[in-house]
Design a protein around this ligand. Structure first.
Ligand SMILES: Nc1nc2c(ncn2[C@@H]2O[C@H](COP(=O)(O)OP(=O)(O)O)[C@@H](O)[C@H]2O)c(=O)[nH]1
Ligand SMILES: [Mg+2]
Length: 315
């Protein structure tokens, strides 16, 4: 995942501590007091510049992120706020360098290099402290975003339907490998992502237990937002009905949820309906399948794949 490799973002204090310690060690090596002061300032601004610059570079370019992450970043932290904070770090990096270079130059002709050294370090420290809130904010974002499930910009099927209708069984059956389970980190809800290879291409199948499996009024705000992000990556939604009602929900209630999801996605995402557990109970006028016997499963995959060409979310 894009954020997985982003290292911890240090606080202002950590950045300053580290660069002062390094500069002090270098200073000790110099015999001449004025040269030592100049080296001290140079060492401080260059290590601060490097650390801030590196922190910005290690963050993925927000505009290049897959749709799902851009949505989530925007929902949770605000795209603009993130960009502003990254911009603030770049500003602090170059500001520290400008101040440092200026003082180091002055020191070459100055009488009191101790005073200039103190002034330089005070001004540079103040610049770094000014972006402390940005550093902390970016670290908070990094901690949440690195735990997101891997959802790519590729042909995507999102499964929906009440609990125990057969969603997991379907994903397991049609996926090439064991589906990955990942948390959102901002709700207790999880995301299950399965993949199936069709020649060189992949079909991504997503299940969102606890989110697309119950009526909207039972969802909280953040779960609504998660739905928005998920449905925005869906090329098609597969709604699974258990006609046997062994899942514990009457068919009528299941159809109500289907209609609700249809209303939510409107014309944006097509919804395919399939009746599962056909080994127990079929329903006329619908596609039927059984993940137990495998009956009808490949036919459903074929139906889903048809959306690959006519995808409205062509990315
Ligand atoms: N008889 C029968 N049972 C099924 C079928 N598909 C799933 N089940 C069972 O239904 C239960 C719930 O399935 P699961 O895939 O976990 O449903 P989910 O909650 O929608 O993910 C499990 O006990 C499955 O073994 C099917 O096609 N036929
Ligand atoms: Mg399940």
């Amino acid at each position: 995942m894009e954020f997985e490799k982003v290292p911890t973002v240090p606080t202002a204090e950590e950045i300053l501590d580290r660069s002062f310690r390094r500069a002090a060690a270098l200073k000790k090596e110099k015999r001449n007091k004025d040269r030592a002061n100049e080296e001290f300032v140079r060492s401080i601004y260059s290590s601060i510049y490097d650390k801030l610059d590196d922190t910005v570079k290690k963050f993925p370019t927000l505009d290049d992120l897959p749709v799902f992450y851009r949505e989530i970043v925007d929902i949770l932290f605000g795209m603009d706020k993130m960009k502003k904070s990254l911009g603030a770090l770049s500003w602090a990096a170059s500001q520290s360098r400008t101040i440092g270079t200026m003082y180091a130059r002055q020191m070459k002709e100055a009488d009191d290099t101790n005073l200039l050294r103190k002034q330089a370090t005070a001004r540079i420290s103040s610049v770094v402290y000014q972006v402390d809130k940005d550093l902390k904010f970016l670290n908070e974002a990094r901690n949440v975003l690195r735990k997101l499930p891997e959802i790519r910009d590729e042909f995507t099927v999102v499964v929906a339907g009440y609990p125990n209708v057969g969603k997991s069984s379907f994903i397991k059956l049609v996926s090439s490998a064991d589906p990955e389970v990942a948390g959102y980190a901002f709700t207790t809800k999880q995301v299950v992502v399965g993949h199936r290879y069709i020649g060189r291409e992949r079909m991504q199948i997503i299940d969102t237990p606890g989110i697309l499996d119950r009526p909207a009024h039972e969802r909280n705000y953040i779960e609504h937002q998660a739905i928005t992000a998920i449905t925005n990556v869906a090329d098609v939604i597969l709604f699974i009905i258990d006609a046997s009602e062994s899942c514990g929900y009457p068919v009528l209630e299941q159809i109500n949820l289907l209609e609700e999801i249809r209303r939510v996605v409107g014309d944006l995402v097509p919804v395919e309906v399939v009746v599962c557990k056909s080994d127990m109970q079929k329903m006329e006028g619908y596609s039927n399948m059984s993940t137990l016997t495998g009956e009808g499963v490949e036919e459903i995959v074929e139906i889903l794949l048809k959306y690959r060409e006519s995808t409205p979310n062509s990315r």
